[in-house]
Design a protein around this ligand. Structure first.
Ligand code: PLP
Ligand code: COI
Length: 338
């Protein structure tokens, strides 16, 4: 094991020994290799640099109590990346190649998979970039698909303690745009709203639907859920939201493990009083309870910073229990690495 203070890790880059790189040219991917080099050498005229033809994914490897290592639903990330690829005209990577690349990277960096019980995990960042010489706006002639790994702790401060958000007047995505695709441009557009929310004393911002600015869409780089006062799990439905694998897993956990009713529907920002609890969910965010939401002049408070709602806690314990191997997973959710 490497000498890292696992409990103190945040969500920051660290070079780990090995990453996977594969190149696409003339209609096919090469076999891909593991390399120690963490720099890419690409054409100054790469489509990924000028026209944003790139995308990424995020998933985690977990160390279980018995010391083994597992991935959570990597096939879902592979399928989502294929959908992104279609939207921005990039070649697809097969589910098998994607999962194999993730497995190789985890095995090659095994000593960086944080020990069980530290709260830390190994974050995998698969990404694809359009490269090669090109000037006009068209798909790139070549592509890189790569996966690197970084041990991480909490994305928002302090794991399961509530943080506060404010709504933004900016949009992260357009109706019929690329909001459902995991392309970097969506994140470039989120930098200023995020900065302004942090300057105003909030952890991040909540984006409203780009058409009417009346419905909740996303919570920074995570999906939103609320627990109604009559115990329903509610989450926004919209074509400009990134379909969160964590969110769809929570929907199943809420139904099958906690016997809750689930509604995927419009969530009006002016009707936050329907919720007893609210949270943000995602691979990096895990489940981050929402303390309060400021929208215009109204501040809706769910919990102060030391309190976590009972349903949010149950959802967290079940989901994280599944990811860490402590709770039996639905079939096909866990991929054993070793
Ligand atoms: N929404 C956005 C904009 C994200 O970047 C992410 C992170 O991937 C999510 C939601 C959560 O998705 P997932 O649960 O698949 O990580
Ligand atoms: C993830 O949760 O994997 C994300 O993509 C969030 C990231 C932008 C930090």
């Amino acid at each position: 094991m490497v000498d890292i203070k696992w409990e103190e890790l945040g969500f920051t880059y660290m070079k780990t020994p090995k990453r996977y790189v594969s190149y696409w040219e003339n209609g096919k991917w090469d076999d891909g290799v593991l390399t120690g080099e963490n720099k890419l050498s690409i054409s100054e005229a790469s489509c990924g640099l000028h026209y944003g033809q790139q995308c990424f994914e995020g998933l985690k490897a977990y160390r279980t109590k018995d010391g083994s290592i597992q991935l959570f639903r990597p096939d879902m990330n592979a399928i989502r990346m294929q959908k992104t690829n279609q939207r921005v005209m990039m070649p697809e990577v097969s589910v098998e190649k994607f999962v194999d690349a993730c497995m190789q990277v985890v095995k090659a960096n095994e000593e960086y998979v944080p020990p069980y019980g530290t709260g830390a995990t190994l974050y995998l960042r698969p990404f694809m970039v359009g490269i090669g010489d090109n000037l006009g706006v068209r798909p790139a002639p070549k592509f890189i698909f790569s996966v690197f790994a970084v041990p991480v702790g909490a994305y928002f401060k302090g794991g399961l303690s509530p943080v506060n958000f404010m709504t933004s007047e900016y949009d992260r995505a357009a109706p019929n745009g690329t909001g459902m695709a995991k392309v970097g441009g969506n994140y470039a557009g989120s930098l200023l709203p995020h900065h302004e929310a942090v300057e105003a004393g909030f952890a991040d911002c909540i984006y409203l639907d780009p058409k009417t600015h009346t419905m909740i869409e996303e919570v920074g780089a995570a999906n939103f859920f609320g627990i109604t006062k009559d115990n329903k799990f509610v989450t926004p439905k919209s074509d400009s939201i990134l379909p969160s694998i964590t969110k769809y897993s929570l929907i199943q956990v809420a139904k099958d493990y906690l016997n809750m009713e689930v509604e995927e529907r419009d969530v009006p920002i002016d009707n936050l009083d329907e919720f007893a609890e609210a949270g943000a969910c995602g691979t990096a965010a895990v489940i981050t309870p929402i303390g309060g939401i400021k929208h215009k002049d109204k501040y809706t408070v769910f919990f102060d910073e030391n309190e976590v709602g009972p349903v949010t806690r149950k959802l967290y314990d079940t989901l994280v229990g599944i990811q860490l191997g402590d709770v039996e997973a639905p079939e096909g959710w866990i991929y054993k690495v070793k």
